[in-house]
Ligand binder design. Structure first.
Ligand code: DOR
Ligand code: ZN
Length: 351
């Protein structure tokens, strides 16, 4: 039986760190295990210009624990007013590693997102020229499309036409939740990848809705039927470099989750590596964990893998995680996978 596993230090290719008190509380949770993270720009107001991103990066660096090398990889929030030249300059200056596309109204703080895709054509063409990836929240927002169908409809109506209209544009399908997302990512050999969250490997829509409504399992895109969860697991453990980890760890305080109109987001930064080790072990694929968490992402983003390693160890008694982490804004509930976690990150070594 495998009881220890040493892998290159993982990265998180989709993370919400927020700002202020929340940033101070959650940044150390990600910095503990992850080397780098792609930082989502959906603050209020959003991170839209290169100078916004540079200032936000400074605030993140200041929130790291002493001695931490955790590196935030910044993104810009694409709006219909985004200036292609500002994007190109921020890329040249090494300030941003991607641009994030939120269809307007799709999720938390997405009101400044894109309604008319013709209005961002110039930015997308510039990004294709310079090789800057576009991270896509892939859901349509039309009232007449069922929320469980919004990803599949987005792929057909928006993503595929957009990619065909912009040859060379490098795209990350963020937090895919459907077999349709898996199939689309697999159908393209170059310039397309997909991130998968920890929680979407664990929950289906019953977790949210069966036996009472469970707001801490509500996120966007919303978890789908079991067959979709199984398709995501298969993709994650497949060894296919087009799939890699983006936790979408998205903290909201309990009062904001547990109300008549609760916020979308699961907070998984703290226990993600324990959960993933368990999932990969259950699938007989521990040897593929490193690819998913530490190698495929840098490959797509054309960055080196981390130099150092982490070691996961398996103990007979389950690891204890707190139910909540405490922040200056209030408590944040940690994602509960509803199975015991026997793996924990034991040790970090450089070299
Ligand atoms: O569940 C989600 N929470 N999905 C998103 O796309 C945004 C995120 C957030 O910012 O809370
Ligand atoms: Zn997100």
């Amino acid at each position: 039986m495998t009881t220890t596993l040493t892998i290159r230090r993982p990265d998180d290719w989709h993370l919400h760190l927020r700002d202020g008190e929340m940033l101070a509380a959650v940044c150390p949770e990600s910095a503990r295990h992850f080397g780098r993270a792609i930082i989502m720009p959906n603050l209020v107001p959003p991170v839209v210009t290169g100078s916004d991103a540079a200032r936000y990066k400074e605030r993140i660096l200041a929130a790291r624990p002493a001695g931490s090398d955790f590196t935030p990889l910044m993104t810009l929030y694409l709006t219909e007013d985004t200036d292609p030249e500002d994007v190109a300059q921020a890329h040249r200056d090494g300030i941003v590693q991607a641009v994030k596309l939120y269809p307007a109204g799709a999720t938390t703080n997405s009101a400044s997102g894109v309604r008319n895709f013709d209005r961002v054509r110039g930015v997308l063409e510039r990004m294709a020229e310079i090789g800057l990836p576009l991270c896509v929240h892939g859901e349509v927002t039309d009232d007449d499309v069922d929320i469980f169908d919004r990803e599949a409809v987005f792929i057909e109506r928006v993503l595929d036409p957009l990619r065909r209209a912009t040859p060379g544009l490098r795209v990350v399908m963020e937090h895919i939740t459907t077999a349709d997302g898996v199939e689309y990512a697999q159908s393209v050999d170059e310039d397309l990848a997909a991130t998968i969250t920890t929680h979407h490997l664990v929950i289906n829509r019953n977790f949210i809705l069966a036996g009472g409504i469970k707001p801490h399992y509500y996120c966007l895109p919303v978890a789908k039927r079991e067959r979709h969860r199984l398709a995501l697991r298969k993709a994650a453990i497949s060894g296919d470099a087009r799939f890699f980890l983006g936790t979408d760890s998205a903290p909201h305080t309990d009062p904001l989750k547990e109300q008549a109109c609760g916020c979308a987001g699961c907070f998984t930064a703290t226990n993600t590596m324990s959960i993933l080790a368990q999932v990969f072990e259950d699938e007989g694929a521990l040897h593929r964990l490193e690819g998913f968490t530490s190698r495929h992402g840098p490959g797509f983003y054309k960055l080196p893998v981390n130099d150092d390693t982490i070691t996961l160890t398996k103990s007979n008694t389950p690891v204890d995680y707190p139910d909540k982490i405490h922040t200056g804004d209030g408590p944040v509930t940690l994602f509960d996978p509803q199975f015991p976690l026997h793996w924990s990150v034991a040790d970090a070594s450089s070299g």
